[in-house]
Every structure is written in structure tokens, then in C-alpha cells.
Design a protein around this ligand. Structure first.
Ligand SMILES: [Zn+2]
Ligand SMILES: [Zn+2]
Length: 278
């Protein structure tokens, strides 16, 4: 079986997220544990935490197939001192929430270097990842590949590798591969999904793939843009996703749909689940 589901809303309470996932037939899911576009959010309430834990256990979700996504304001590669400290504090808060919810891994974008050299941005990202891991025992971090617009780092496997190389706590860090971002960055998951995954595995090993975001793309190969589309309606096309979910290496990681049309989620889950089981 594969563990697949959408990035569901935690509107109202994080404890509602597993209920929303279950309604869609999801076998895994993603969520935000706080408002993803604000610097300050109230702490998680004890009741919400215990209800979340009860709901995932009652509904049969394993924590390792739930992949929370960190907020968009965090820039681990920022050259600006103040921005960097704000990012660190928010990243730390995100990591702490994940552990309170008894989950394992936080998914985060590596950030943008803004000015100066890409190498310095990569260094800053590695340092921040270590700072957070040092402060939050038990946490794992999944760095998400990007489409590479502007000064955003992490669009090439070489860059992801360089970030990992600069991290001390290597055993607690891996990657999430987002198919739309891969495509935007020039990895042709439409023509050769197996080849793209194989080149990731040969560089990093299977154990470094901590999750995948399965999104079709509204924008062309190598556009360096990031615009998600529903599975089969974009420029990647359905066949690639059917190939990916049949791979043995994706059976034990969360596969997350960040596709834009919620009304298609149930169908997307069904089809990919059914394909993987055949
Ligand atoms: Zn993301
Ligand atoms: Zn993503």
C-alpha cells in the first residue's frame, strides 16, 4: 500500500486535519500546524494536541505518514541578520509543534540567498538546520526541492547535496521531492520519471527520500516556475504519476497532493492508490 493524501486544512483546530483526510480516503496527509503566512501564532492548545493524537490513532494514521509543512515566511538562507533570526525562531517553533504532536518530520523550503553568492546561502541554510536540530531532540527535517525562481536555492540535486554536506546532523535530514518543482527545475518527470528518481537515489540513497509532493504542473519544463495543477490536467500528465506510485521506494513515505482543485482530491487518491496496489 502507498500512503497518500492531500495537504488538508487545519482551520479551526489541528485536530480536524486527520478527520478531513479520512473523509477523502487518504492513507497519509500533510498540514500546517499554524498559520503559514504569519510570524506570530498562538501556541497549540493542550486539548487540540490531545485530540489530534487521539484522532490519528483512532483513524489508523501512522505519524510517519503525516508530513507537516513549515510556513512560507521562513528563509533559512537569508543574508539579513534580523530576517535570519526571525526565520530561526519560526522554524524552531514549527519543529517544536511537530514534536508536541508526536510527529517526526517537518517539511521546509531551503530558502533564497537574495544577494551575494549561492554558496553562502547554502552555508546559512545548513547552519540553521543544525541549530534547529540541536534544539529539538527527535525532530527530522525534510528539505523540499524547489523550482529555482530568482535566488531560491535547492532546485538542483547538486545544491541539495551541498546543503546536506554542510549539516552535522546528517542522519536527521533528508528530502521531499515535489514533482512540479522538479519539472520547473528542468528534471523531466514527464518523459522519464524513473530516470529522475534513479538519479536522486544513486546520489543520496533511498533513505534520504522522506516524502514526495505529487503535483502536476501548469508551467513548462525548465521554466523555474512553481504553479501546481491537478494530476493529469497539467504538462506532466497522468502517466508519470502512475509510474511513480508503482515504485517500491515510495511505499514507506508520505505522498502528498498539493493539487489546486479540492473537489478532485478523492478521485486523485483513489486512482493512485488503486494503481499502486495492482
Ligand atoms: Zn512546499
Ligand atoms: Zn511541495
Amino acid at each position: 500500500m502507498i500512503h497518500i493524501g492531500p495537504h488538508v486544512s487545519s482551520q479551526g483546530s489541528v485536530s480536524f486535519a486527520p478527520l478531513r483526510a479520512k473523509e477523502l480516503g487518504a492513507t497519509g496527509f500533510a498540514l500546517f500546524t499554524k498559520n503559514q503566512r504569519q510570524w506570530k501564532s498562538p501556541e497549540l492548545k493542550e486539548d487540540d494536541v490531545s485530540d489530534f493524537k487521539k484522532n490519528i490513532s483512532d483513524l489508523g494514521y501512522e505519524p510517519r505518514f503525516i508530513l507537516p509543512h513549515a510556513g512560507y515566511l521562513i528563509n533559512p538562507a537569508s543574508p539579513d541578520k534580523e530576517m535570519s533570526e526571525k526565520s530561526f525562531n519560526l522554524f524552531l517553533d514549527e519543529g517544536t509543534r511537530v514534536i508536541r504532536l508526536e510527529l517526526e518530520t517537518i517539511n521546509i523550503h531551503p530558502g533564497a540567498y537574495k544577494e551575494g553568492s549561492v554558496e553562502d546561502g547554502i552555508k546559512r541554510c545548513s547552519i540553521m538546520v543544525d541549530r534547529v536540530l540541536d534544539e529539538v531532540p527527535g525532530l527530522k527535517i525534510a528539505l523540499e526541492n524547489t523550482a529555482g525562481a530568482g535566488t531560491i536555492i535547492g532546485s538542483r540535486f547538486e545544491e541539495l547535496d551541498a546543503i546536506l554536506s554542510g549539516i552535522r546532523n546528517k542522519d536527521r535530514v533528508g528530502f521531499t521531492l515535489d514533482t512540479a518543482h522538479l519539472f520547473g527545475a528542468g528534471y523531466d518527470v514527464k518523459e522519464d520519471p524513473d530516470g529522475v528518481l534513479d538519479s536522486f537515489f544513486s546520489r543520496f540513497g533511498e533513505e534520504k527520500l522522506l516524502g514526495m509532493h505529487l503535483n502536476d504542473s501548469k508551467v513548462p519544463l525548465s521554466s523555474n516556475k512553481d504553479r501546481h495543477e491537478s494530476i493529469g490536467l497539467g504538462l506532466i500528465g497522468k502517466e508519470a504519476f502512475l509510474t511513480i506510485v508503482r515504485r517500491r521506494e515510495v511505499r514507506n513515505i508520505p505522498l502528498i497532493l498539493e493539487t489546486p482543485d479540492e473537489s478532485r482530491w478523492k478521485e486523485e487518491i483513489n486512482e493512485l492508490l488503486g494503481t499502486a496496489e495492482r
